[in-house]
Write a new protein. Structure first.
Length: 268
């Protein structure tokens, strides 16, 4: 995060963590304390790399097969750009879960999508009234009969239920930010419902699943409505005041996820 003339710049993807536990956010993004990435996070990074290459090749008019894009998955696991704590697993074992998940996306999800942008980057989107600038990258922008909409890929062991339902609860604020970023990045309005593409991580084909969930009017929670402030204004106020209180009830209040855990006074 940088502060120039009282204008704060924040990565959009970090806002969810800011609201979950401001103290953890401050430790990571202001004090720059670091922990190794988890195996689960690196699996997600690897699947993102492979699927992005697959989708971008189609946008470029030179489509590659899922197998041809699998090298990006392997490289992200075998040559990570950050330290990874593999805990009780290994890069090779994670690879055996990531590659089939990459293939599942390429077979079952990508053919049903009409993407107009892959990994759309927004260098800066400034809200002068609240002194906040957002930066970030949006996984996908897709064309629908209702206009353009975003799609966000999420991997995890609970991403997709057995009945194919994709977990969307709790993601509205993050997707709302991505909608605004995407519109700014490509210069076109984002009007269609947001999508979450869920990819269920499992060691077996039976447990592995892919599905799509939608979130309507995500931006309603983000922007002021004339009567009450939206989450962006709350975030800006918190950042400008330095209100970095802790949340010991957070599911990520754990030494594996928080670099300030050992000395955190909020856990007492």
């Amino acid at each position: 995060m940088s502060n120039t003339c009282n204008q704060l710049s924040v990565r959009a993807s970090s806002l969810g963590e800011l609201f979950d536990c401001p103290a953890r956010w401050e430790a990571k993004h202001i004090r720059r304390l670091r922990l190794p990435r988890s195996a689960a996070a690196q699996l997600g990074t690897a699947v993102h790399a492979g699927t992005a290459l697959f989708d971008q090749s189609r946008l470029d008019g030179n489509p590659l097969s899922a197998d041809e894009c699998a090298g990006a998955v392997v490289d992200a696991l075998q040559k990570p750009s950050e330290d990874v704590d593999w805990e009780d697993t290994s890069a090779a074992e994670v690879e055996r879960m990531a590659l089939p998940l990459h293939g599942l996306y390429c077979r079952e999800i990508a053919p049903r999508q009409d993407y107009v942008a892959v990994e759309a980057a927004c260098e800066s989107l400034t809200f002068t009234d609240i002194g906040l600038t957002l930066t970030g990258t949006v996984d996908r922008v897709r064309a629908t009969q209702d206009g353009l909409g975003i799609a966000d890929i999420k991997t995890g062991k609970t991403a997709v239920a057995a009945d194919g339902t994709v977990k969307t609860q709790g993601h509205a604020a993050q997707l709302a930010v991505y909608e605004i970023l995407a519109g700014h990045a490509i210069g076109r309005p984002i009007d269609a419902p947001a999508q979450i593409i869920g990819l269920q991580v499992a060691k077996t084909d039976k447990g592995r699943r892919a599905g799509v969930g939608t979130i309507q009017t995500a931006r309603d929670v983000l922007l002021d409505d004339g009567e009450s402030p939206g989450l962006l204004r709350h975030a800006a106020n918190m950042l400008h005041r330095g209100d970095f209180y802790g949340n010991p009830r957070s599911q990520l209040c754990n030494p594996k996820y928080c670099p300030a855990y050992a000395g955190c006074r909020w856990r007492k």
